[in-house]
Write a protein that binds this ligand. Structure first.
Ligand SMILES: [Zn+2]
Ligand SMILES: [Zn+2]
Length: 477
């Protein structure tokens, strides 16, 4: 989804488009919102409602009726969410005369279900012949139901059980296919029910994960701007506006979030819903998923090889955000006059060398990864031109991306205030996991991020260790 124009890479890049659509910042004003924008897109929201309050689960039947979703419904749960809210949801719908069925997604590794081919096939089979679906859960259950209902062409609602990630309201689902994490386009739910009586009791590590996912917003936005500025990829400043204020409020309430204070959990949940909506508005995941997400996806992809269970998405993303925020800081300190383009181009690896490297780094997934990586590879001539543009427009570039950035130490203090993980050891990973991900994660997706800028400036290998040390994320404990 890139908005290429004929002038492309060799011209000084513009800032955000002028006269962009004005997008409401309040959640309640965004339901069903649609506006044409000077960026060429119509920014639209399918979501028709969300309720974040104690006892919100009782609104479920009203939503199903009001939205005219039909009378046959499959409720998708796992072993745990069935107890938490699934049975209650079933009772409420049964009582109102809906014809209900329950799909209990089986546990996989780590005694929890996974968003993979097997899980997807299971849910898709269960949705055969029903009018709509209700997902009861968080990341995995929501992604499975979202994608399966999209493929079956039926709507779905979601009853959130934890404020653990921003995917409730996104129109994409992250699924592991052939060992590679893929984000697939699908639809949004029509309503999100976030009952504070349920979600404030979510496990502490899931609440911390939600904060981690949200705190990636500043670096993800910077990457989104960076790829627009350097690669002329599609960029519009309108979608990110919906979440900035909410994210700032959450950052201030981090300590209360760690204490499960209900108003603070409501703030976090609302900001996560807004973050998902910003992705839907943009039509790409870029406003909420940059290099820090690639690091987390890399850990997930290598988990099976190592006999390790994938960690919580948002917790990993939070730690990776400290790393990429620190990388941004170090890159921002470079003196553009000291960048030797001839030398960088001469030393840049050719595609053969990169292919060999990918084979050694990505095991059985190497072929898939190489296919992705090739999308952003530049031949020496193109690289020379791009580096020239970067050096010439250095100050403008940093003025543009710097607006959304937050120092690594600040990200760390926000996460630490909520007792969220701030180092790889707190994620159950080793310093080696971070060192490997730092250099290899960028290869798994064709999208340009700060990790690519660092690689092209040959900082990743040469000064990478200093960045990782400065991030503090290698520390034990
Ligand atoms: Zn726009
Ligand atoms: Zn995320």
């Amino acid at each position: 989804m890139s908005k290429k124009n004929s002038e492309s890479n060799n011209k000084k890049q513009p800032g955000p488009a002028r006269n962009i659509a004005k997008i409401p910042q309040e959640l309640k004003d965004l339901f069903g919102f649609s506006a044409a924008c000077s960026c060429g897109k119509v920014h639209s929201v399918e979501l028709k409602g969300a309720s974040i309050r104690p006892g919100a689960i009782d609104e479920l039947v009203d939503w199903a009726r009001q939205l005219g979703l039909g009378r046959t419904v499959c409720i998708v749960v796992d072993r745990k969410t069935r107890q938490l809210a699934g049975e209650r949801v079933k009772k409420l719908l049964d009582k109102d005369g809906f014809k209900t069925s329950l799909c209990v997604v089986p546990d996989g590794k780590g005694n929890r279900p996974h968003a993979d081919q097997a899980g997807l096939a299971y849910v898709e089979a269960a949705l055969g012949g029903v009018d709509f679906a209700v997902a009861v859960g968080s990341g995995t259950l929501n992604d499975l139901t979202k994608l399966a209902s999209f493929r079956k062409n039926i709507p779905y609602l979601v009853v959130a059980t934890a404020p653990s990630m921003n995917g409730y309201t996104s129109a994409i689902a992250a699924v592991m296919l052939q060992g590679v994490k893929r984000t697939l386009d699908c639809h949004q739910p029509l309503a999100v029910i976030a009952d504070l009586d349920i979600i404030t009791r979510a496990p502490a590590e899931l609440i911390a994960a939600g904060l981690g996912d949200l705190e990636s917003k500043p670096t993800a936005t910077a990457d989104y701007r960076l790829s627009g500025a350097i690669r002329n990829d599609y960029y519009c400043a309108a979608p990110e506006q919906v979440v900035l204020q909410a994210e700032a409020k959450v950052a201030e309430a981090a300590a209360d979030i760690g204490m499960r204070d209900p108003p603070a959990i409501a703030l976090l949940t609302e900001a996560l819903l807004l973050s998902g909506i910003s992705m839907k508005l943009a039509g790409v995941s870029s406003p909420a998923s940059g290099g820090e997400h690639l690091i987390s996806h890399f850990w997930d992809m290598s988990a099976a090889d190592e006999g390790r269970v994938e960690g919580w998405h948002g917790a990993q993303v939070g730690v990776a955000t400290i790393v990429t925020a620190t990388l941004y800081e170090q890159l921002g300190k470079l003196n553009p006059a000291s960048i030797n383009i001839d030398q960088l181009v001469a030393k840049s690896p050719g595609l053969d060398e990169i292919e060999a490297r990918i084979k050694s780094r990505h095991a059985t997934r190497a072929e898939e990864v190489f296919k992705e990586y090739k999308k952003k590879h530049l031949e020496p001539k193109q690289l020379r031109r791009e580096l020239g543009t970067i050096v010439d427009g250095w100050d403008d570039l940093w003025a543009e991306i710097g607006q959304s950035l937050r120092p690594g130490a600040k990200v760390r203090s926000i996460l630490a205030a909520a007792r969220a993980p701030v180092s790889v050891s707190q994620l159950g990973l080793s310093p080696g996991h971070l060192r490997r991900a730092f250099v290899a994660a960028r290869e798994i997706r064709g999208r340009y991020t700060v990790l690519d800028l660092a690689a092209d400036l040959q900082i990743l290998d040469t000064a990478g260790e200093a960045v990782l040390q400065a991030s503090g994320c290698l520390a034990e404990g």
